[in-house]
Ligand binder design. Sequence first.
Ligand code: SF4
Ligand code: F3S
Length: 104
Amino acid sequence: TYIVTDNCIGCKYTDCVEVCPVDCFYEGENFLAIHPDECIDCGVCEPECPADAIRPDTEPDMESWVELNRKYAEIWPVIITKKDQLPEAEENDGKTGKLETMFS
Ligand code: SF4
Ligand code: F3S
């Protein structure tokens, strides 16, 4: 599966949702989640993200991100259409330690 990781937080460009053939992106206030059980591993979303936030779970230390994506994909609404990025997206792009601020 692919998952959304911390660089999406506070950016939420949403380019990714338009290309997903199975519509498995779910939207929170400042982050998107991929449902890991619905993702068919096609990989087309990965290069679409301007913040480089989408990673395959084959990379090291991705287990906690898979679980976080699953948890929120199950409670957030599906998103299938691109919308404007968050106003502070450029400023937040590439910042570290964003997970701590995710729901503040
Ligand atoms: Fe959707 Fe493919 Fe990305 Fe999985 S890898 S979230 S199926 S676009
Ligand atoms: Fe997030 Fe990148 Fe999609 S910033 S909303 S994963 S295009």
